[in-house]
Design a protein around this ligand. Sequence first.
Ligand code: C2O
Ligand code: CU
Length: 475
Amino acid sequence: MVTRRVLLTAGLSTVGAGLTGCGPRRSNALVSPSSSQVAAAESARRPGPEHLVVLEASPTEVDLGGLTVPAWAYGGRLAGPALRLRAGEQLVATVRNRLPAETTVHWHGVTLRNDADGVPHVTQEPIPAGGEFVYRFTVPAPGTYWFHPHSGLQLDRGLSGPLIVDDPQEPLAYDHEWIVVLDDWLDRTPEAIYAELIRTGGRTGPGGMMGRGVMGTVAYPHHLINGRLPADPDVLHARPGDRIRLRLINAGGDTAYRVVLGGHRMTVTHTDGLPIRPVPADTLLIGMGERYDVLVTAADGVFPLVALADGKNGGGLALLRTGGGMPPPAGVRPGELGGLLPAYEQMKADDKTALTDRDGARTLRTRLTGGMMRFEWGFDGRVFDHDRVDLVLSAGERIRLEIANTTMMWHPVHLHGHSFAVGDPSGPRKDTVGVFPGRTVVLLFDADNPGRWMLHCHNAYHAEAGMMTLLGYRA
Ligand code: C2O
Ligand code: CU
């Protein structure tokens, strides 16, 4: 089926234009987003019924719970609106750009057709201020995903929302679902923060740069859960004994969170939307862009869901209420924070999700490079160039991608358009993986989705400074 793409704003060039610059890896030796291979890969997904949504991005004021602040948001609210559809359906999303800047929308984690991936100057021309763009793509797999702009630092102004894809044959049984969006909140513009990072190298500043944080650089004044401050938290009401599925999403710009539900042990069922063999956890470390689904059986009382800003001060709070009692204080730090924290190595993909064992993986290597001194971040010592494809794949091959972190900071690295197994074929399937300083991660995946795909750090400030690169498929 040929997909219709509607460009409603005059003056936009066709998708894929501007990608035909010179240089060995810039030519049409690579699959472009508008190529027939991309259309063929989409047909193979057997596009189902259309699910129409309108998403308006605009400047607005939001109430965080006693504090009203300026924001840029979708539909005028934070952490939402949640988009929800069934696996196999086509999302037809009309994005109206009411921002005073150009924008795009990226559908984080969805293994979608390349020309709907929302990367400015790579998969589409940006949507101009006042313009409109229709994204149309099949959503192949159920899971917890999210969406956000891929333009500059806009994500850190509040533009993001959950994208939940239901499984028509959902194997889990539960009484409640709780979508939990974690976010770090600035009282200045991200552009002002970025300018200061460039000026000071992040070393100093009353304006709130952290020293040599391993996990993050920016000291945020607030941490939100579902757009609420700890002083006036989001509350989930349930009954004792109810089973609750939490869909945890870190939509932060520069903060990894340690998440616990006080008084409860969690059972982790999904990593970045895909099922694993369930493992117990008291706490999870969730990097920017990562998602975990967990199940809990509710105890009787009032319980804090705490997202502690790792390596920083403060954190977010929400409440689970199944009975009477006083809510815990806003600064509560449940004992589970020091409890069982499963690492990726302790997780295994569910049998149906695991990557097949297969011979002949081709190894590609890349290094995360840079440092705080000049606040310069990149891959292999180079900053991002949207015209340069650094890693070239051939359709059908198994790729073993080794990413070495040569920096002194931690980076959550995200690959577009694919899900990889972490470590070995039986490892958890993910699309975003935290890499500690000095460590190397191995990502295994099959080159099964032609196009040009980003590989980047999901720290908004590192990405902006250049820690992004491109994978491309040979034509
Ligand atoms: Cu959630 Cu390229 O990003
Ligand atoms: Cu980074």
